[in-house]
Design a protein around this ligand. Sequence first.
Ligand code: B12
Ligand code: SF4
Length: 506
Amino acid sequence: MKTLLINPPYAFSEFPIIPMGLLYLGAVLERNGYEVEVLDLLVSRYSRDKIKRKLEQYQPDIVGTTCVTMNYPIASDTLKYCKSLNPDITAVIGGPHVTFAPVETLNESAWIDIVVRGEGELTMLDIVSGKDRAAIDGIAYRAEGVHLTRERCLIENLDELPLPARHLFPTARYLALDAHLSLITGRGCPFNCVFCVGSKMGGRRARFRNPKLVVDEIEQSLKLGFKEVNFEDDLFTLNHRHLHGICDEIVSRGLKFNWSVFARVDTVNPQVLEKLREAGCTWLCYGIESGNQQILDRVKKKITLERVRESVKMAKDAGVSVLASFIIGLPGETRQTLAETMEFARELDTYYGFHVLAPFPGTEVREKADEFGIEILTNDWSKYDANRPVTRTPGASPEDLTAALHKYYRGLRLSPDKAEEGVEDHSEEARSRRRSPLAWTLLHGDIIESLGRIRVDSGPAEDLAARISDLVPYPRKQIDQSLNGWISQGLLNYEVVDSHSLWRWG
Ligand code: B12
Ligand code: SF4
């Protein structure tokens, strides 16, 4: 049984990250002796030719893909194409979108054979081993209609899982993009904010990995060349014993690297923040969501604005930078509350970013939209990127939400000048600009691959830079610097044959 896992594309405005779900699936398959390969269409040009070539070369029996809501259409379309090339392939899809829309997914996509609901490692093993579908927990499948099997129990002991199979992914490409290393130290969250499915995916009883094994994984993975780590746990600051365990382990091994976590303002205190800083945590992302207390209460966030102020200050005092994350368009939103949120974000005097409410399948805000006064304007999933309005409230129209975002962006456009004046740019976008747009352009256009053999005149690197500067609109100096950096890190390699160089990533 050969499995091909496909990582579907999404927009550059999101962080390009090797998805933990596929990393764990790949690891579990390999450990159980199954052949598995990855086709990563996020960090290369998305093309049907490429998919076709991969299927012809690898001849998989099973093709599996992952998605969130916004890239469900392209993930599904990819499976449709695979199935059209080889109808014998078993097409499997997983992730938070299809977990909560299994029946709809199978009804609208005749080419998908199995939807995996929730945690997928053990379910995928059952699928690959050829077990009777009716006996596989945690799936939806088609057999004269759509069938849902029993729910799959969550994996009790996460330490039984193998380490994520990073070697299956084109790591050099992610490193060129300045992506951070993603890692999970625990799964689950006991809260139930109405716009989130995090706790439904990972369970409301959080499970934690052994800190020693987590730090073993960090040590191993840093050798790949990542400079920064993001702990992708829903809520890293939930369990302080676990947090201290990890921080102490990092400190005692003398590991030096920058890392960041997701946190809630009510799960930190000065000691925890000091500990985080001591162990190298440089960034905390607080889910703050709104600057209006009634809205916070209504969406079951269970935090107060006062606590937000205190915890932002506490983190700053401890030397940990804060990214305050807000959602606009929540139940009860009006023009007035939008203004309050914008004002509150500024008042906090820290980095901040806005998302727009997207009522994902499985969220309480979608399931009880009427009760929450949320009108859902579209089910075009590609628009569910949380960066544009897809809902309205009685007090805030999509235009109001867009206007609020524009106001925020106008503020951002001022920021470079401010930066020159020595004023810090407190926006999420300011962080994202630090990623490498040149790398993204090269990777997304398959530009290195398309160059073919380059005649060596001035030297391989200089000749490559000259060719690239003819093709992309970046200053030559920037191209030279980036290429030299990637070459010296071994991310970009070449061989010379008959006075011609041939370049490749990794
Ligand atoms: C870390 C994280 C991020 C990180 C990294 C994302 C990434 N691509 O890895 C960052 C900060 C970059 C991010 C960005 C976004 N995120 Co996010 N993120 C998370 C978080 C907290 C954990 C995800 C994770 O790594 N889980 C651990 C792994 C092991 O689990 P998993 O991915 O679910 O995979 C398991 C199963 O789903 C299943 N499975 C998954 N794929 C497949 C495929 C097959 C074939 C099979 C068999 C099984 C299977 O098996 C896996 C192993 O158990 C989740 C919350 C949550 N707990 O789900 C939100 C979450 C996934 N994010 C969400 C959203 C909305 C986004 C953004 C759209 C937000 C935005 N506009 O900025 C972007 C989208 C980027 C993207 N395309 O993923 C939503 C998705 C909801 C939805 N239906 O779309 C979630 C669920 C949070 C929420 N609001 O409810 N995110
Ligand atoms: S938003 Fe954060 S705290 Fe709320 S349920 Fe989701 S992961 Fe938990």
